[in-house]
Design a protein around this ligand. Sequence first.
Ligand code: C2E
Ligand code: CA
Ligand code: CA
Ligand code: CA
Length: 281
Amino acid sequence: AKRHGKSQSSTFDKTMRQEALNTLRTQMQLREAIVRQQFEVYYQPIVSLASSKLTGFEALVRWNHPKRGIIGPIEFIALAEETGLIVPIGQFVLKQACTQMAAWHAKYDEAKDVSISVNLSGHQLNSPTLVAEIEAVLAETALPPSAVKLELTESTLIDDPTSAQRILKRLRDRGIQLYIDDFGTGYSSLSYLHRFAIDGLKIDKSFVDMVGRDDRKAAIVPSIVGLAHNLGVGVVAEGVETRDQAQTLALLDCAEAQGYLYSRPVPQDQAAKLIERKILG
Ligand code: C2E
Ligand code: CA
Ligand code: CA
Ligand code: CA
């Protein structure tokens, strides 16, 4: 029994070591990817539920790996957060997405009121150069600040409430819009709503999935939409996949929606075609 136990634990050690090595390898590859500029921005449309008109795009990062092809953020964002590499990656996404949106504004009349939403990590919010970087991007692109929406998760806001508050106020005073991402998935969603002046909420897909069910869970989305209305802020339903969901959300007066029903996140050339189409879904 003793020998058996020993061999089991060395198998376990091996697995642990293998995992640690894999993480280390991915971390090295991530660093290399930053230097070699292997990141790309994909764009997922956001539409008005009342008119099905395109109102914006969310910028979502992809890693274009030389051997593995396009890799989604689920495979590397957590590690990028842990290692702080999310700061240069996020900086790239912000600059790329704003530059692209400014180009679309210049090229298409239809894009005049289309905004760009960019995810902001807590690390970026703690970076002393964030405000200057955003100022520089706005100056370079001549994009109106009101066309830029920053998405922050509840955990980002909770990390360092006072410093985050100060930085976010500066950005908002500049006219940049602030949205709370994945709303409802954190544990103190309501407590910071009065601490941070925000412009809108994004309802997490896990709640949108409950729309149309006939049990208590179905009441969550109407409650969040009602909360947004009472606060006088915008509200976007994420992960809308069916026409039924879109119809129900429209009846609730949820302003905007994003999801596979309209389009998956797509590269910039396909996103441009969506701008030309104007009405989606
Ligand atoms: P998120 O900010 O909640 O972004 C929405 C995610 O839901 C995207 O996944 C999008 O593809 C997916 N999605 C949208 N509609 C649907 C739908 O109808 N059905 C389903 N099944 N999924 C849908 P993605 O692109 O894989 O991104 C995952 C997460 O990675 C994002 O979640 C965000 O937290 C993070 N992320 C992506 N890009 C960035 C970035 O540039 N910076 C930071 N800090 N995080 C990022
Ligand atoms: Ca987001
Ligand atoms: Ca989200
Ligand atoms: Ca989400």
